[in-house]
Design a protein around this ligand. Structure first.
Ligand SMILES: [Zn+2]
Length: 276
């Protein structure tokens, strides 16, 4: 779920569909839109010598796509053993129930309502399947239930909608909160500094090879937008829709409803911090 069309100066990547790292393969879902960029990235992750794989975000309820994911794993000689969700938005999670049925897997997510089976996901959890290790990082902000998955063996992180391959993400107020989102970006930044993560495997858009640059760009973009929103408010644009029309004038109008969610989150943040 993107907030803005591609912006100049942000880090760029290449891989969209197919293998991205030694352990991660993307199967692009056929749901492109202004909000989902090229479509949802459904990730198949496995140890190179393992016959077991994990799928992250089966994507929309699209029968052909879900079968394509299963077939892609099978062609590599793998059985899907577990389904994980980065968050509950339908473009990531709507197909999870059907996918679990097709693969006889459990679905693990932070939100209990999204789970199938008795296991959830939380901060510090390590998911281990066939020698593969994924470390769970809670990254609320886009939504309250957003997670990232650190794949240390590939120095990569699967970011869902917290960091996208293009443009910037929506802070989906009221579920998403800006203060949480900034904390989550800083958490991801420390992953790049302390754990040497350099590859972002996003929920939409191409793979990014400069994770730290991407996170820094997001932090700078957020600070820039926040300053714009504050100025707009001080200049008398008091409602979220007025602020959007002023601050997001250069962004396609089809994205304004999403931008309004981010503006609501920003106005809330400015209010909570006594700035406005
Ligand atoms: Zn989302």
């Amino acid at each position: 779920m993107t907030e803005a069309a591609p912006l100049p100066g942000r880090p760029r990547g290449g891989v969209l569909s197919g293998p991205a790292t030694a352990r991660a393969v993307n199967v692009l879902a056929p749901n492109p839109s202004a909000m989902t960029l090229d479509g949802t990235n459904t990730w198949i992750v496995a140890e190179p010598d393992s016959d077991l794989a994990v799928v992250i975000d089966p994507g929309p309820l699209d029968e052909a796509h879900l079968h394509h994911v299963v077939a892609t794993a099978e062609q590599a000689g793998r059985r899907i053993a577990l389904t994980l969700l980065t968050h509950g938005h339908p473009d990531h999670a709507e197909g999870a129930g059907r996918f679990a049925e097709l693969t006889s897997t459990k679905v693990r997510a932070l939100d209990p309502a999204l789970r199938l089976g008795d296991e959830g996901l939380g901060a510090g959890d390590v998911v281990a399947v066939g020698g593969l290790e994924l470390r769970v990082i809670t990254t609320p902000g886009h939504t309250a239930d957003s997670l990232c998955f650190h794949l240390p063996a590939d120095r990569a992180v699967l970011t869902g909608d917290t960091v996208l391959g293009r443009g910037t993400t929506v802070v989906a107020h009221p579920d998403g909160r800006l203060g949480d989102y900034l904390d989550s970006l800083r958490r991801l930044r420390s992953l790049t500094v302390d754990d040497g993560v350099h590859t972002v495997l996003p929920g939409h858009g191409p793979v990014l090879e400069d994770a730290q640059g991407a996170v820094d760009f997001y932090l700078a973009h957020r600070a820039h937008r926040l300053a714009q929103v504050e100025t707009a408010f001080e200049n008398g644009h008091r409602t979220a829709s007025e602020v959007v029309a002023h601050v997001y004038a250069d962004v396609d109008r089809s994205l304004w409803p999403a931008a309004e969610l981010s503006v609501r989150a920003q106005l809330e943040y400015l209010g909570e911090h006594g700035i406005i």
